[in-house]
Write a protein that binds this ligand. Structure first.
Ligand code: FAD
Length: 305
């Protein structure tokens, strides 16, 4: 109920204006690198200095016109060049939402945009991961992934453990050279397609982890959940995966002490680092994940002069 409230708030322009006008810059900065590529590069450098890899996400999922989609493509191409010139690749890659590239307007054009970003990434010596969005886009996104992988085999997939179909998708994708990020899933999904209880989602996560860790691909374990992280560490030992043969991924600003602990243990740890003007929907999804974040936000808003 609490989670759905915040996921609904992600679409509220009124609340966005309130949050924007409130002195919550600290709250936003905790989860978002900044509005510009300059800020994203600065934070990427700081994380690299701490031994952390990054996946940069340009926040822009509210794409309603082809002009916006083209601007998003151009932003990614430009930031990839800058990451390369700053010596931040290959440790820095990018995460891309096909919706931001116009998937809902014209699927073919969205594919072309994703292709241009993959080509820029290859030129910059790094790669791209296609974020997973709500379940109505899963088939189209996985089809696009397979198409892109013909030319850019390291393009990463994201699978959401809350979807009932995901175990099957893990089996399909646990092949040599296949990079797969496994996460719980961040959207409000109906019972017909998704597990509803936290326990069922966790159990699905472990089943998927077993498939990916025992398979031939490169698992990217994207969770902050201490129990699932411990299980992933255990499965890596069980299936004889050395530190470079899988990675942990965590969101910027979430459990930074755990990020440091995992990196100090020799693991590859990649931080998902969002930046851009459209920070609001992203922030609401992070709030939906944890009640304590909401108390923090409420305090910031009520302290508005
Ligand atoms: C690198 C990365 C990429 C992702 N990509 C996608 C994607 O493409 N598509 C998609 O649907 N979802 C994506 N997600 C989001 C994911 O699906 C979950 O919604 C999110 O990670 C919370 O789930 P959790 O596994 O951390 O477990 P939870 O059970 O939500 O959290 C476990 C613990 O982690 C801490 N924690 C979790 N979230 C927060 C927070 N926001 N603030 C403070 N502490 C927190 C708390 O201590 C909590 O008890 C991604 C997540 C990560 C880490």
């Amino acid at each position: 109920m609490f989670r759905s409230l915040f996921l609904a708030a992600a679409g509220s322009r009124q609340l966005e204006r309130l949050v924007e006008s409130a002195p919550v810059a600290g709250m936003v900065r905790r989860f978002v690198a900044g509005r510009s590529a300059d800020e994203a590069l600065r934070v990427s450098r700081e994380l690299a200095d701490d031994g952390l890899a990054v996946s940069l996400d340009h926040l822009g999922e509210d794409t309603h016109t082809m002009e916006q989609a083209v601007a998003t493509r151009d932003e990614y191409v430009a930031v990839l060049r800058r990451l390369h010139d700053a010596g931040l690749t290959p440790a820095a890659e990018v995460s891309v939402k096909l919706s931001a590239l116009g998937q809902r307007i014209d699927e073919k054009a969205a594919y072309e945009h994703a292709h241009a970003i993959c080509a820029a990434a290859a030129e910059a010596g790094t790669t791209v991961t296609l974020d997973a969005e709500d379940h109505t886009t899963t088939d189209a996104t996985l089809e696009t992934l397979l198409e892109l992988r013909r030319e850019f085999p390291s393009t990463g997939a994201v699978l959401q453990a809350y979807l009932r179909r995901t175990e099957g998708d893990c089996r399909e994708l646990a092949t040599a050279g296949s990079r797969v990020r496994l996460c719980k899933g961040a959207y409000a999904e109906p019972e017909s397609v998704a597990f509803q209880s936290a326990l069922d989602v966790d159990k699905s996560f472990v089943r998927c982890l077993n498939i990916l860790m025992s398979g031939e691909g490169y698992p990217m374990v994207a969770t902050h959940d201490p129990r699932l992280i411990a299980i992933a560490e255990d499965r890596a030992r069980w299936f004889d995966r050395a530190c470079g043969e899988f990675e942990f991924q965590l969101l910027y600003g979430v459990r930074p002490e755990e990020q440091a602990r995992l990196a100090a243990g020799g693991n590859t740890v990649r931080i998902y680092l969002p930046y851009g003007e459209q920070w609001y929907g992203y922030l609401m999804r992070r709030l939906a994940e944890r009640p304590a974040n909401v108390a923090f936000l409420a305090r910031a808003i009520s302290s508005k002069k």
